[in-house]
Design a protein around this ligand. Structure first.
Ligand SMILES: [Zn+2]
Length: 241
């Protein structure tokens, strides 16, 4: 049996190499690409993106530049931008391969700097609580809703008020997970509350160093206000949205 070991090992290695080649080949056949200065657009043959490529290039260049300017100390990098006709989530990002993914179809085009922002924010502070990061990506976003036949544009942070009142507290903002819009919007409300109360410079100096372990002490240090008072004021802020 001992003699077989190197043979098995070599066989496994060969399978892994073949697998990797096939995976790359599949990706190569499935996706076409267009290299731009700061990102590469990936799109499928005969997709909406292929037929509207110049438009997509212009729109996402603006999204990229907005995210770049929004996050302090951003450095240009080559991001992979994947455009889909269909996608279960409308958009998402992956830091490990520096990619962002958006629906860009006939029916719906998600044009937002949100996913680019995640990548720049992770560079700025990779240890920031995940839910706070999500709130920051949403702080300038809005959604349009039809109310009594009239289309109204409502900022996402205002929709933070739709979360249960029991959650209008800091402990529901500083968490290392996030699952739905409601949680993200409440975190956006907190970011707005901070910016309103102490301004941008203070916010970024807080965000640069915040982690799951230090957020309470750091919040008190940066604002010179007790955590209890901040917690109460945040609940008041949400109630008035
Ligand atoms: Zn997000």
């Amino acid at each position: 049996m001992k003699k077989l070991f190197p043979f098995k090992f070599i066989l496994l290695f060969v399978f892994l190499v073949i697998g990797a080649v096939c995976f790359n080949l599949r990706d190569h056949l499935l996706w076409k690409k267009q290299q731009l200065q700061n990102f590469t657009i990936y799109y499928k043959p005969d997709s909406y993106a292929q037929n509207h490529l110049q438009e997509a290039m212009n729109l996402y260049e603006k999204s990229y530049q907005h995210a770049f300017a929004f996050v302090p100390e951003s450095k240009h990098k080559n991001i992979k931008l994947y455009l889909y006709d269909e996608l279960e989530l409308l958009g998402f990002s992956r830091y490990d391969d520096q990619s962002v993914h958006y629906v860009f179809s006939e029916k719906f085009q998600l044009i937002s700097s949100h996913e680019f922002m995640h990548l720049f924010l992770k560079d700025f502070n990779p240890k920031a609580p995940v839910r706070l990061e999500e709130g920051l990506c949403r702080v300038n976003e809005a959604r349009s809703h039809a109310v009594n036949g009239e289309v109204k544009v409502i900022p996402l942070y205002v929709m933070g008020k739709l979360s249960p009142q029991i959650q209008w507290h800091l402990q529901y903002v500083f968490l290392d997970h996030y699952q739905n819009d409601q949680e993200g919007n409440l975190a956006a409300a907190f970011v707005n509350f901070y910016l309103d109360s102490w301004g941008q410079a203070s916010f970024w100096s807080f965000y640069r160093d915040v982690t799951m372990d230090n957020w309470q002490a750091l919040l008190e240090k940066r604002t010179q206000v007790s955590i209890e008072k901040i917690d109460n004021d945040f609940a008041d802020f949400v109630s008035q949205l």
